[in-house]
Design a protein around this ligand. Structure first.
Ligand SMILES: Cc1cc2nc3c(=O)[nH]c(=O)nc-3n(C[C@H](O)[C@H](O)[C@H](O)COP(=O)(O)O)c2cc1C
Length: 201
């Protein structure tokens, strides 16, 4: 597309997302990799919450969570999800929607091992999304798993990642008087080439 230049230039949307995220890393006060992750429940009621984007692979976006959480239940039954990343400091957003599958095995083990000990123990202690009697009960569970695993907790069998393979990615940048720039990359199937269109703001 002739006028896709400057911050929108390039033929690989994953490289572009990486470049924007790295720029945001220099200007955001915290969590430049925070994404609002949208799922849908069995009745079609949407749901949304923040998670941290941990990897941008060549072809996919990866985040980590509890595989027994509400989001996991919704992702696994629908097989798809969407997210948006917004950087106030850059006045830009990137959104993506597509197909989601689990990240387990060595890749999830390696990411789990990179987390702080307290976060690894916390992952064991939290029955994410389920009701909790009190904060004291959670801290008692942390003490219990600490006694069990000491300083080397393995990755819990109920904890790992999800890989979102987009069918659409949109790059948006603020323009004067709400005349923003938007480019949408889309493909009907992950095996097919992208087509890119400029969208009205
Ligand atoms: C900035 C930010 C980052 C977060 N990152 C994660 C994350 O990477 N993984 C995660 O499971 N929850 C993360 N959370 C907590 C989630 O927003 C959410 O409370 C939790 O995952 C339970 O969601 P669910 O009940 O819909 O499954 C984060 C929250 C915030 C505000």
């Amino acid at each position: 597309m002739a006028d896709r230049t400057g911050i929108f230039a390039g033929e690989d949307p994953f490289a572009l997302a990486r470049a924007w995220l790295s720029e945001a890393g220099r200007s955001e006060p915290n969590d430049p990799n925070a994404i609002a992750l949208a799922t849908v429940d069995a009745e079609g009621l949407p749901n949304v919450r923040m998670v941290l984007l941990k990897e941008i692979e060549d072809g996919a976006f990866v985040f980590y969570t509890n595989h027994e959480s509400r989001k996991a239940e919704e992702i696994e039954s629908a097989g798809r999800a969407a997210f948006v990343m917004h950087w106030k400091s850059l006045r830009r957003q990137v959104r993506a929607r597509g197909l989601v599958s689990r990240v387990e095995g060595p890749q999830a083990d390696a990411y789990f091992a990179s987390r702080s000990l307290q976060s690894r123990l916390g992952a064991w202690a939290s029955r994410q999304s389920r009701s909790l009697e009190s904060r004291a009960a959670l801290l008692a569970e942390v003490a219990r798993v600490t006694a069990r695993f000491g300083t080397s907790p393995p990755r819990p069998p109920f904890w790992g990642g999800y890989r979102l393979v987009p069918l659409e990615i949109e790059f948006w940048a603020d323009g004067p008087f709400r005349l923003h720039d938007r480019f949408r990359w889309s493909r009907p199937d992950p095996g097919l080439d992208w087509s890119v269109v400029r969208l009205n703001p």
